[in-house]
Write a protein that binds this ligand. Structure first.
Ligand SMILES: [Zn+2]
Length: 84
């Protein structure tokens, strides 16, 4: 078992991969993540796969949410102009 400041295990890396890709990892965690990925082919492959998955999911999410968000903005703007 590795300590909190030791090297990441593959299991820990898998749990952090989403945060890593969404840039939510603090710098020290990110450094440990990078360190593990450069030395572990399995996690390299996993990271690459997750990167692709998130890219596709992100594109889909944007398409699905954009019209609704625009509607909400327009509604808010109309209300505001009316002086509510
Ligand atoms: Zn690994």
């Amino acid at each position: 078992m590795s300590g909190k400041h030791g090297e990441l295990t593959c299991q820990e890396l898998v749990e952090l991969v989403t945060d890593y890709l969404e840039l939510r990892l603090p710098a020290p965690e990110r450094a440990r993540f990078d360190e593990h990925v450069t030395t572990c082919r399995g996690c390299q492959a996993h990271l690459e796969q997750m990167r692709q998955t998130l890219r596709v999911a992100g594109a889909l999410r944007e398409e699905a949410v954009a019209p609704a968000a625009r509607e909400a903005l327009l509604a808010a703007f109309r209300g505001w102009k009316r002086g509510v």
